[in-house]
Design a protein around this ligand. Structure first.
Ligand SMILES: C[S@@+](CC[C@H](N)C(=O)[O-])C[C@H]1O[C@@H](n2cnc3c(N)ncnc32)[C@H](O)[C@@H]1O
Length: 124
């Protein structure tokens, strides 16, 4: 946080972007604690973005397991509900927790389902 304070004005709202990051934190409590600690010093009006792979597809779950068995860089697929739990205490920005491609897609553009969910929340 010290390094962030050197380049960011913590008197102004800050965007905390955890894109493809929390999946690398295997333990749920540790991941939630990390989000809580990163958000704590940010002022009201700051926003959190999280997007991460989900366990919503058997083929992906099995491929991820195979990957995790072979590498030290593990990744945990979570349910959309668990991803939503990272936003506890924040006001979810519409449309809430959705597959990333379906979060405000361009009008008329295809928005296929992907097994990666995301959301944005505002710190009250
Ligand atoms: C899937 S990539 C996402 C990169 C980028 N944020 C994006 O959305 O395109 C995962 C990133 O997490 C970082 N990473 C790996 N293990 C981590 C950990 N334990 N804690 C925090 N970040 C980690 C990696 O260095 C890598 O940059």
């Amino acid at each position: 946080m010290k390094a962030a304070r050197q380049v960011l004005d913590f008197e102004q709202p800050v965007a905390l972007i955890l894109s493809g990051i929390l999946g690398h934190v295997m333990d749920d409590d540790e991941a939630r604690d990390l989000v809580r600690r990163l958000l704590a010093p940010l002022p009201s009006g700051s926003h959190l973005l999280v997007c991460d792979g989900t366990d919503t597809n058997e083929e992906l779950r099995s491929a991820q397991q195979e990957h995790n068995d072979r590498t030290p860089v593990q990744y945990r697929l979570r349910s959309p509900e668990r991803i939503a739990s990272f936003f506890e205490g924040l006001d979810l920005v519409a449309p809430g927790v959705t597959p990333c491609t379906q979060w405000r897609p361009e009008p008329g553009a295809p928005a296929p389902h992907v097994d990666s969910y995301g959301a944005i929340g505002r710190k009250p």
